[in-house]
Design a binder for this molecule. Structure first.
Ligand SMILES: Cc1cc2nc3c(=O)[nH]c(=O)nc-3n(C[C@H](O)[C@H](O)[C@H](O)COP(=O)(O)O)c2cc1C
Length: 260
């Protein structure tokens, strides 16, 4: 069945009606439409073509919600490596971010707000700020995944400043305080990020810590201050996750499902 540009995943829905075996769908999928198709049961797996070509680390980018490289149609079906093996991995781009001259230090102090500078800011500066905020969000997501899920302490040292300032009442000071806490938590620990917002060098991420060895999960709003492209200061607000029975609103505290 042919697909047109922008058309929904109609072929797999049609085929599913007659074919009940395992099905891999391909053609025109985006990460969100792929997920919806598998959730709906119209396919068991989804393959990516163009996005995979442009993103050698596509699974990681999708998992962490990182931005995708755009593909360049002009380099399709050509005979040298351009457009085949020279698209950057996210890590290569992130390393560029560490030296990014555009990440303004305007918001370095949580108590500092210079409205005159905001009012007079040129469009270029606004664009640079928005680019910086996207990168800061991606940095926090990758840092949290590295430390809490992969528990790769050596890699995590690249994300956390050796001068890390800790404000959480639950965590001992400095980078070591955080790393030692994670080392003391059972291997079942899992971190799931939810809503994430950034303003300048501040990032606020809502997330669930499960498998922490306590009777209930933690739902946390973590606030990070980024400095020189790495995590420099931290505050948090933590709540025990409510069950369906104990939630007065009747709604989950995190995402659209109650935690286990
Ligand atoms: C540069 C390029 C090379 C491709 N080569 C092949 C190929 O050798 N065999 C094939 O079956 N499909 C090939 N395809 C088609 C992809 O498999 C097809 O684009 C994909 O299944 C559609 O999914 P997409 O919308 O995620 O790109 C190629 C596509 C591109 C862009």
């Amino acid at each position: 069945m042919l697909i047109a540009q922008g058309q929904g995943p109609v072929a797999t829905a049609q085929l599913r009606k007659i074919f009940k075996g395992k099905m891999v769908a391909a053609g025109g999928f985006e990460p969100d439409t792929a997920e919806a198709t598998v959730e709906k049961g119209d396919a068991d797996l989804v393959a990516f073509g163009r996005h995979f070509l442009a993103n050698p680390d596509l699974p990681k980018r999708i998992k962490l919600g990182l931005p995708l490289n755009d593909y360049d149609r002009k380099t399709f079906y050509t005979f040298d490596f351009h457009g085949y093996t020279d698209y950057p991995f996210y890590d290569q781009q992130r390393d560029g971010l560490l030296a990014d001259p555009f990440c303004p230090q305007l918001h370095d102090s949580p108590f500092y707000f210079d409205s005159s500078r905001h009012a007079g800011a040129a469009q270029a500066s606004a664009n640079a700020n928005s680019r910086c905020e996207s990168k800061n969000k991606a940095l926090v997501l990758e840092a949290f995944d590295t430390l809490f899920n992969k528990r790769d302490y050596a890699a995590a040292e690249r994300f956390w400043s050796s001068d890390y300032i800790q404000h959480s009442a639950h965590i001992a000071p400095g980078r070591e305080g955080l790393f030692n806490l994670i080392k003391s938590i059972p291997p079942t620990l899992k971190y799931e990020p939810g809503a994430i917002v950034a303003e300048g060098n501040f990032v606020n991420v809502h997330g669930r810590f499960s498998g922490i060895g306590l009777p209930v999960n933690w739902i946390a709003a973590d606030i990070l201050r980024i400095k020189d492209g790495i995590l420099f200061e931290h505050w948090d607000v933590i709540q025990d996750e409510a069950s369906r029975e104990s939630s007065k609103s009747g709604l989950p505290m995190f995402g659209d499902k109650f935690g286990g």
